[in-house]
Ligand binder design. Structure first.
Ligand code: DGT
Ligand code: CA
Ligand code: CA
Ligand code: ZN
Length: 575
């Protein structure tokens, strides 16, 4: 992603927040928010554009375009600086607490001088909010819960953000003279949904040039510790990076060790001990003679332990060692196996790009099929109508066949109502090639009602895929409460696939639930839910999550041929 686009997106979003906090025009705040999103999702580098070019981007008007040009020229945006000067950064941090809006944040600041999340937590604890208007019992309870959710994320960084930083750092260090190998390890290589810190490894004979290079990177805001074996820095976004330089001969052992997980390593080390060996980040050694037996590649290290190489996404000690010992490791699905995306949006609803743009970008990815699934009418704010969706279908049928070998499917994302009902009558639904159905509201039904709701949606013969099934937002909203085993059984029984939604803040279903659903014989669809061209590339995070749930090609319907997929969608595959 182009860095200027991201920077401007963040800045305009900040401006929108600042307007909202200072009680400014809500319409104006919304306009900046929309522009921020449009620029963040714009596929071309905006730093090459002038004001007129910028105005071509949807939701970017003259005044915003001029401010962006000002920023691109001078590195600052005066209006943002002015507002920043009036509001402490901590107040902006306050509105990132789920359930705390800008008005309330400002009241906390003006009346009680609360300007950080920690201060707010302390104030609630000390019952200091009781007299403040608008902060009743229920509000305080919600705030406490919101803060808890934030703290549970524990300062961990979303996978996608860590990945962007890691790829930049690896590219920079790889260019340093003397670099034999460079890679990221740790939880990022295992593609966990959030990342505590980045672990970057280099194989080289001399470490100093790499340590210096890391400290000198533009992304580096603070050097925590600089040494010859390990150097730690913190980036401007608060992400800690540990760099370790290994002797080239130890590369495989070091990569294995620092990829973890800790639990997985404890198992591999125990296997070593039982064989009279010693495993460390430097290699696998004979415990008595100290002779090095394997260290250059991970494959070598695993092989000497009597194991096949284990994909990093499986290294959580969730049965992968046993499976490896029995020759039963799953052949996990890869990004290359995915033949098409089955959940995507256009600007007919809340996507940013028109149909043609989305499908062209999809064709460029080499897909053999691609489904467009804009929102259905019951999600009122999307203003869908029968006419609009039928016109889209016609347009899509015309485009179909003009995109090389890629075929188009016309679908929709239905809204699962509180009782499990969905949009449109049966005969209208029958006109779609595919229906995704998702929850978009009523998240706090009790377990029994939620289970019944999801099971009913599965039982609808037109519903092929349940989109982002738990609706959790990582660090922001917990998943809904349901008897998932019952839901999974219903999916398997009715031939309804569960989505592995690739949006980095969703990753829904999550790995552990995938593992359980798989036991029930459920099929899955790994989808991006793309609302812009750039989102199509987020597929990798969905695939990684599927791998962490041990899914193979056979489990994932959008790795199948179109013929087989269509058969599944018609439900003729049902027992
Ligand atoms: P994170 O950073 O919290 O997202 O998770 P990780 O897995 O990246 O953990 P981190 O950064 O503390 O350590 C990186 C890897 O180094 C870890 O996955 C396994 C290895 N490692 C670290 N400390 C130990 C240890 O005490 N024992 C063993 N066996 N391995 C360790
Ligand atoms: Ca780490
Ligand atoms: Ca670390
Ligand atoms: Zn969607």
């Amino acid at each position: 992603m182009a860095r200027p686009n991201e920077e401007v997106e963040a800045l305009l979003q900040e401006y929108a927040d600042l307007i909202a906090i200072t009680g400014g025009d809500a319409f104006k705040a919304r306009a900046y928010e929309k522009a921020a999103r449009a620029i963040g999702g714009h596929p071309a580098d905006i730093s090459r554009l002038d004001a007129d070019g910028l105005k071509e981007i949807p939701n970017v008007g003259r005044s915003i375009a001029e401010k962006v040009v000002e920023y691109l020229r001078t590195g600052t945006m005066a209006v943002v600086e002015e507002r920043r000067a009036k509001i402490p950064a901590g107040v902006r941090e306050l509105i990132t607490i789920p359930t705390l809006g800008p008005k309330k944040a400002m009241r906390l600041y003006e009346d009680l001088h609360i300007s950080s999340v920690n201060e707010l937590a302390a104030a609630i604890e000390a019952d200091a909010l009781a007299d403040l208007k608008g902060f009743g019992e229920k509000t305080q309870e919600n705030l406490r819960h919101g803060i808890e959710l934030m703290q549970r994320a524990g300062g961990r960084i979303p996978l996608s953000l860590a990945m962007e930083t890691a790829e930049e750092i690896v590219a920079e260090l790889s260019a340093v003279t003397g670099c034999r190998r460079c890679a990221y390890a740790g939880s990022l290589r295992r593609m966990k949904e959030t990342i505590g810190d980045l672990d970057v490894l280099v194989a080289a004979n001399r470490s100093a040039p790499f340590m210096e290079a890391l400290c000198a990177l533009p992304a580096t805001a603070e050097v925590i510790a600089q040494g010859t074996k390990k150097t730690s820095i913190r980036t401007g976004k608060g992400l800690q990076v540990d760099l370790r330089v290994l002797p080239p001969d130890s590369w495989g052992a070091g990569l294995q060790y620092f990829t973890g997980s800790k639990a997985h390593n404890i198992r591999t080390r125990t296997i070593a001990v039982h064989q009279g060996l010693k495993l460390s980040e430097y290699g696998l050694f004979d415990a008595e003679s100290g002779e090095s037996l394997a260290s250059r590649t991970e494959e070598e290290v695993y092989a000497r332990l009597g194991l096949p190489w284990i994909p990093p996404t499986l290294r959580e000690d969730r049965g992968e060692i046993e499976a490896a010992l029995h020759g039963e490791l799953p052949e996990v699905v890869t990004e290359r196996d995915i033949r098409g995306d089955l959940h995507t949006h256009t600007d007919l609803t809340d996507g940013l790009a028109p149909l043609e743009t989305m499908v062209e970008a999809a064709a460029e990815r080499g897909y053999t099929y691609y489904a467009v699934t804009d929102h259905a009418p019951n999600l009122y704010m999307q203003r869908m109508t029968d006419e609009k969706i039928l016109a889209q279908r016609e347009q899509l049928r015309e485009l179909d066949g003009t995109l090389g070998r890629m075929r188009l499917l016309h679908g929709t994302e239905l809204n699962i109502g509180p009782d499990g009902e969905v949009d449109w009558p049966d005969d209208f639904l029958a006109g779609f090639d595919l229906c995704v159905a998702s929850l978009h509201s009523h998240f706090d039904l009790n377990r029994k009602a939620m289970t019944r709701r999801l099971v009913r949606a599965c039982e609808n013969p037109h519903v092929n895929v349940i989109g982002h099934p738990s609706t959790r937002l990582i660090g922001k909203r917990p998943g809904v409460d349901a008897d998932w085993d019952e839901v999974f059984a219903a999916c398997a029984r009715t031939g309804t696939a569960l989505e592995v939604n690739a949006q980095p803040d969703r990753l829904d279903l999550r790995d552990e639930d995938i593992l359980r659903a798989r036991e029930h014989g459920v099929k899955f669809a790994v989808n991006t839910d793309a609302h812009s061209v750039l989102h199509l590339a987020q597929l990798r995070y969905g695939v990684a999550t599927a791998q962490r749930g041990w899914l193979t090609k056979e489990d994932v319907i959008n790795t199948w041929t179109l013929t087989r997929l269509r058969r599944f969608l018609r439900r003729s595959g049902r027992a």
